[in-house]
Design a binder for this molecule. Sequence first.
Ligand code: OGA
Ligand code: NI
Length: 370
Amino acid sequence: PMEETKPRNLGGSLPVPNVQDLAGRPDELAVTPTLLRRYVRPQPNTADLRPDAPAGEEQEHVPIIDLGRLLNPDGLAGGRDEEAARLRSACEDWGFFQVVNHGIPEETVEEMKKNVMGFFALPLAEKTAFAQQPGEIEGYGQAFVVSEEQTLDWADMFFLLTQPPTYRDLRLWPSNPSTFKTCLENYSTEVQRVAGELLGAMAENLGVRDHSDMTRLAASQSVRMNYYPPCPEAHVDSVLGLSPHSDAVGLTLLLQVSKVPGLQIRRKGGWVPVTPLPGALVVNVGDVIEVFTNGKYRSVEHRAVVNARHERMSIATFHSGRFGTMYGPLEEVVGDGEPRYRSVSVQEYVKLVVSSKLDGKNIMDSISTS
Ligand code: OGA
Ligand code: NI
């Protein structure tokens, strides 16, 4: 039976220092460089920026998908088929695209940005009123920290479950900024609609007759608001805002709140930056879509780099199936082939994810059949 509330005891992250607070004490950092020890990586982040790129080769750009065109009922005349083909190639070849003309009112997006900026600008004590509790993933803090030895990311995050409404823990929804709750609610509804429409178009492209086999991956939603403080100049190349990872969800729609670039995706052995495009959402195929499509669409690793002078914020909205359902390769996609992933319950999968370090595609390896 479908569970309408979220299960408890999904696991949590070890507590870590607040990075915004740390970054706000430059004099102390200058005299006590060991405060940064836990953030510094042995390999500089610049080492693998397209090592094999031929000289003079042009920088590739993440594809742009026009949702209005994709949903246009006029087929050929309205450019629908062409856009569907572009979506197919974006999913098969890139795992990432930016979606424009998505129909989310500009005001909804701008208000959401303002509220998230407003939240992170609050004094530390006001934010820590929403701190993650031990063993919980929701709240203000950090995720995926499983040992005292692991290198830490130069960021704070604020994570909330948003859909279905019964999954919400409203005690963690701030009332300062005063419009935060209503904005998040509006934004959440709009983004969930877009996620469902994109998943429906993917189902069509994949030849999955019952679109709900794919669109059920927009049944639940969580929001991860990321805050990347400026990082001291001397360390900017050896510190990451967010470790390389693929998203352990169905579909992610990310809003780059700041104009400062930072998101990079793994491609052909190097990293391609995703330049913030005004009004666009960055969409990426998550691990669960890779499982559903039996590897036809692959989740792509990405990371966030930091900037020496500017803070950066982003809002990642993750879509997944509901608790009480299963994840596994879709029969129609597997066809006569072999399933490359085993089936797992959503609950088992989420527990596995929460207890894992953010490390490339490590979770996929543990559910792979080969
Ligand atoms: C994430 C993520 C990238 C960014 O939150 O999963 O990949 O640019 N964020 O903040
Ligand atoms: Ni991500």
